[in-house]
Design a protein around this ligand. Structure first.
Ligand SMILES: Cc1cc2nc3c(=O)[nH]c(=O)nc-3n(C[C@H](O)[C@H](O)[C@H](O)COP(=O)(O)OP(=O)(O)OC[C@H]3O[C@@H](n4cnc5c(N)ncnc54)[C@H](O)[C@@H]3O)c2cc1C
Length: 428
């Protein structure tokens, strides 16, 4: 059965604990502004807030509700780095290591700054660990440790060996780890809703339940919905894995991969302390990875990337529960209160797809599962470009992205095959 739009927020732990979900109006009639943004997730809202802070007159058009897509469903892990950053360097004609190092953490600084400046209550908590399973994982954690050391990374970081691991996590699944107190976790729906509120207070017009049907190119592009049209100097496309606009330019580059999360009932203090006493967000090193953390009320939010077909499993709980219990057998009797999933935008070379279709039509998408931080950077990069500064924008625009031929369906089947390859890589 075809999915009906507009849709409400999915039934998740985040929706159940949202601070307030204001209703923004539908777009009706003709309007004009400096910048019109399509999509109200982190990319769209952070672009809007960056631009509004610089005095631009901005409109945001969202097909469903603010943060309805990946943003309001994510694991909420605030992880440094840009997906595909080593490959990103290969497309440049000079050494951009310093610029990349700064970009790795720019999203964190933006989020820290906005949470404080706009008083956004989103359970922001610092503390994160990459874990290793095999000796080769330890080697890559050591390499990352050295990079942090070389740059005098200002937050605490340290390697954890197998003998110490049992004091950090209540599992024998991992043999090494790298704790990084500059990374962390947060309630992504509340962060995005708070940013949208701040943008709205700075004069950004937000429209919900208004799906963009087409974009008319020109000196002043026009963005059309069923009931309205917005003319602007610039357009930003921020629909990520959920949009199908501008296929001639963007088709076959970003593929929707399903990622799924279960949220347990709140754990007792004893059990929470046994499992994750430092309340770290944790990611394993696999391509097909597991990630987990506690919510503010000490639920286990356990997520995994389950498929590259973009389709939901029949039961998210049945798929995710065995993975969680394998790592934490102590959780076998806890009740699962919520389950949900969303679409991650995957790019074949994993480098975020940031560029423009015309001089005045920009896009940012395809963070390959690494978006909480990088969407905030992308919003800043697009605001820079619209204000006439292209240094960081050019770094991404130079990238040659692979384009899979054929329909979205064929493309996704090819990515699904790629997934089997990655699963085999994980077993090495
Ligand atoms: C289950 C899950 C867990 C994740 N966990 C993490 C994590 O722990 N850490 C991390 O860094 N990243 C994580 N990610 C990835 C991260 O959430 C995304 O990279 C990020 O939220 C992308 O934001 P976005 O605004 O680009 O896209 P989205 O949040 O998907 O927003 C796109 C919006 O565009 C709207 N839209 C689409 N088409 C149209 C149209 N035609 N007209 C108007 N509006 C339109 C959609 O309705 C949607 O609201 C996760 C993703 C998922 C799905």
């Amino acid at each position: 059965m075809p999915i009906k739009f507009p849709q409400p927020h999915c039934n998740s732990y985040y929706t159940a604990t949202a601070n307030e979900i204001p209703d923004y109006p539908l777009l009706k009639g003709a309007q004009s502004c400096d910048v019109c943004i399509v999509g109200g997730g982190f990319t769209g809202i952070s672009s809007a807030l960056h631009l509004a802070e610089r005095g631009y007159n901005v409109n945001v058009i969202e097909a469903n509700r603010i943060a309805w897509g990946a943003t309001g469903r994510s694991g909420g892990q605030l992880i440094g780095g840009i997906s595909g950053e080593q490959r990103l360097k290969k497309f440049q004609d000079k050494d951009i290591s310093d610029l990349i190092w700064k970009m790795r953490w720019a999203g964190h600084e933006i989020i820290r700054g906005w949470v404080e400046k706009y008083n956004i209550n989103c359970d922001l908590k610092f503390g994160y660990m990459d874990v290793g399973i095999k000796p080769r994982h330890l080697r890559s954690l050591q390499a990352e440790y050295e990079v942090l050391q070389q740059h005098n990374f200002p937050y605490e970081f340290r390697l954890v060996d197998s003998s110490e691991m049992k004091d950090i996590l209540g599992t024998s699944a991992y043999s090494s780890g790298l704790i990084n107190m500059g990374n962390g976790h947060l309630h992504p729906l509340n962060l995005c809703l708070g940013e949208a509120k701040a943008a709205s207070q700075l004069g950004v017009n937000i429209f919900e339940q208004s799906s963009v049907l087409r974009i008319e190119h020109g000196v002043k592009p026009k963005v059309h919905t069923e009931n309205g049209v917005i003319e602007s100097d610039f357009v930003i496309l921020a629909g990520n894995a959920y949009h199908s606009l501008e296929r001639r330019h963007l088709g076959g580059i970003v593929f929707p991969a399903g990622s799924f999360i279960i949220a347990s009932e709140p754990l007792s203090d004893e059990l929470a302390h046994e499992i994750n006493p430092l309340e770290l967000a944790v990611c394993d090193p696999n391509y097909v990875l597991d990630y987990f953390r506690f919510s503010a009320d000490k639920r286990m939010l356990f997520g995994g990337r389950c498929n590259y077909s973009g389709r939901e499993p029949l039961s998210i709980q049945k798929t995710m529960l065995p993975r969680m219990i394998k790592i934490f057998p102590q959780l076998k009797n806890v009740k699962i209160d919520y389950e949900w999933g969303g679409k991650i935008g995957i790019v074949i070379n994993r480098i975020p797809h940031i560029g423009r279709i015309e001089k005045n039509i920009f896009y940012a998408q395809g963070y390959s599962g690494h978006g909480v931080n990088v969407t905030h950077l992308a919003g800043q990069i697009l605001a820079d470009a619209i204000s006439g500064t292209y240094e960081r924008f050019d770094v991404f625009e130079k990238v040659k992205h692979y384009r899979l031929p054929g329909s979205q369906w064929i493309g996704n089947q090819l990515v699904a095959l790629g997934m089997i390859y990655f699963r085999l890589m994980d077993l090495r």
